[in-house]
Design a protein around this ligand. Structure first.
Ligand SMILES: NC(=O)c1ccc[n+]([C@@H]2O[C@H](COP(=O)([O-])OP(=O)(O)OC[C@H]3O[C@@H](n4cnc5c(N)ncnc54)[C@H](O)[C@@H]3O)[C@@H](O)[C@H]2O)c1
Length: 331
């Protein structure tokens, strides 16, 4: 299959390398607004770097979009209008109306669009989901989700990202729906710029906490921070009647525990998201190739992405207005 990758920055370069190594990719084309970057990424992969977006669209049989978030919507539309099965990184867009327009557009055109929420492909989350589906934990009462970047992303990235709730915690919002098979009905969010004071000018936060309530009354606390040199630490604890189950707690615990200090190994367990979710990104893109070939279901639809964004929107509103926000208030 002839695949074109649009945007080969931090994550796009990694996706291009993953695709180059997957069976079934007969031609890999990369395009980036920065032509030097496109050439640098393409060369070691023996991929084709092109200088215009038209060339990237010409001859493509499937499209992979990894450009900044504020460019996704028009690129998705163009790919869908050309009839291309399309993979796009999260989120679809920063705004709900724009996202809803893409959901409708894909439906109208009978298009195929897979969104990149890779935690759905992580072995730990998948194992936990099947335990939950089997009822192995009994009634779930509460959960804790922790998302730590190791170092803050570049300021230019933050500026076009939509902010911490829509950029970083959106993964937690998506995986909450996927893990528990339920919708979030209300959120209470707070945040601060502690540690990343420049976020104030961007009307963003660098540390946040979001209390979510699911339809059946389960409570979750989701915390996010942009700076924790212990590593890219993404973990979950599920507290239920019969047991407590954790996801993402590496045996080398990315953080220090006073009890485990003596046994601590040197260096962070997960230095970056490439390491923490390397296998998940590969599984996700391998699935996309199958989906594009018409051999697999869509594992993460535009409608799923809209729901995650609605939760992020509610969190942002709760933080700004200092009050609980019901999801029914959001579009
Ligand atoms: N799933 C995840 O875990 C995860 C992690 C990081 C980023 N992301 C998402 O991936 C996307 C890209 O993030 P990143 O960290 O790689 O950003 P980045 O800024 O490192 O890279 C973006 C690249 O796109 C290029 N670009 C900008 N506009 C373009 C256009 N119109 N056409 C082609 N190329 C263009 C830039 O030159 C740059 O090389 C974002 O939407 C982000 O939310 C997802």
């Amino acid at each position: 299959m002839r695949i074109s990758v649009l945007g080969v920055g931090r994550l796009g370069a990694s996706h291009a390398a993953t695709l180059a190594a997957l069976p079934g990719v007969s031609q890999l084309t990369v395009y980036d607004a920065d032509p030097v970057r496109a050439k640098d990424v393409a060369a070691p992969l023996k991929a084709r770097a092109v200088g215009t977006i038209d060339e990237a669209f010409k001859d493509a049989e499937a499209m992979v979009i990894v450009t900044p978030t504020d460019t996704h919507a028009p690129l998705i539309k163009r790919a869908i209008d050309q009839g291309l099965p399309t993979f796009c990184e999260k989120p679809i867009a920063i705004g709900i109306p724009e996202t809803r327009e893409i959901v409708d557009h894909v439906k109208r055109k009978n298009g195929r669009l897979q969104i990149g929420f890779q935690r759905r492909f992580d072995a730990g989350y998948r194992a936990a989901r099947s335990e939950l589906e089997r009822g192995a934990l009994g009634a779930v009462y509460s959960f804790l989700m922790v998302s730590c970047d190791r170092t803050p992303p570049p300021d230019a990235y933050i500026r076009s990202s939509g902010g911490q709730f829509k950029d970083q915690l959106i993964h937690d919002f998506d995986i909450t729906r996927w893990l528990f098979g339920q919708e979030v009905v209300e959120v209470v969010a707070t945040g601060s710029t502690k540690g990343v004071p420049q976020y104030e000018a961007m009307e963003d936060v660098g540390t946040s906490a979001v209390l979510v309530q699911l339809a059946d009354g389960t409570l979750g606390l989701i915390t996010g921070l942009r700076h924790n040199e212990a590593g890219y630490d993404i973990h979950v604890e599920i507290h239920a009647a019969k047991d407590t189950l954790a996801i993402g707690v590496d045996p080398r615990t990315p953080w220090r525990s006073v009890e485990a200090d003596a046994a601590r190994l040197a260096g962070p367990a997960y230095p970056s998201f490439f390491v923490r979710f390397g296998d998940a990104y590969t599984a996700e893109l391998a699935h996309f190739l199958q989906f594009a070939a018409g051999q697999a279901e869509n594992p993460c639809t535009a409608a799923d992405a809209l729901e995650a964004l609605r939760i992020a929107e509610a969190a942002g509103r709760s933080w700004r207005e200092r009050r609980p926000v019901a999801l029914s208030e959001i579009g």
